[in-house]
Design a protein. Structure first.
Length: 205
């Protein structure tokens, strides 16, 4: 008699089944999706927002929007790609709103002190595209954090998605809604901008 051995589902397939359950009214299934993706989304939002508290707030908004919009998910991409797209847009809107509020305040009362939120460093992952032995140097890691924080939003998105989150070019193109060539050329400019700031601190630059 032939044994009936079930083939374990991959993580993307399991998440897709959970999405289907949510679409059929199973709220507990969405809690499982949150648990599976929470760390990744908080990390992504923290890097994009340049602040831990703001990143956690953006991550929460991301999951709220994902739940509200989950009926629109059709499985054309992996769930995490769809979720990353929402997270990036949430962070963009929050950053845009922040700078609009800052401009309005500066126009009416004079430029306020930006304070700690935009300047405190964030924890960059060890998967950045530089030799690990170099990244072990605290002063270099701190400088990389500062440079990453100061990058224009569009460059920081590309560095975070490719070099920190290690997504493929195709995945990034889908998340940002831009052509593949735009991702590659933009990433090259983003890396160059970081290299210019870090010149002399990393061997070979």
């Amino acid at each position: 008699m032939k044994e009936n051995t079930a083939v374990p589902l991959s993580e993307p397939d399991e998440q897709h089944l959970l999405v289907q359950r949510v679409q059929n009214g199973d709220r507990q299934a969405f809690n499982q999706l949150v648990l599976r993706n929470q760390d990744a989304i908080v990390s992504l939002c923290t890097h994009l927002m340049r602040n831990q508290a703001e990143g956690e707030d953006a991550a929460q908004d991301t999951f709220v929007k994902a739940y509200q919009q989950i009926a629109s998910f059709r499985g054309d991409s992996q769930f995490f790609t769809w979720l990353y797209t929402i997270a990036v847009n949430v962070c963009r809107n929050k950053l845009r709103s922040f700078w609009q509020r800052l401009f309005m305040q500066s126009a009416s009362t004079g430029m306020p002190e930006v304070g700690k939120d935009l300047t405190e460093t964030i924890e960059i992952l060890d998967s950045a595209p530089w030799p690990s032995e170099q990244l072990e140097k605290k002063e270099l890691r701190d400088q990389i954090k500062r440079v990453l924080i100061q990058l224009p939003d569009r460059y920081r998105e590309l560095i975070v998605l490719r070099d920190i989150k290690q997504l493929s070019y195709e995945e990034i193109a889908g998340i940002l809604g831009v052509p593949l060539g735009t991702v590659k050329s933009g990433l090259a400019r983003a890396r160059l901008a970081m290299q210019v700031e870090l010149r002399g601190m990393i061997d070979g630059i």
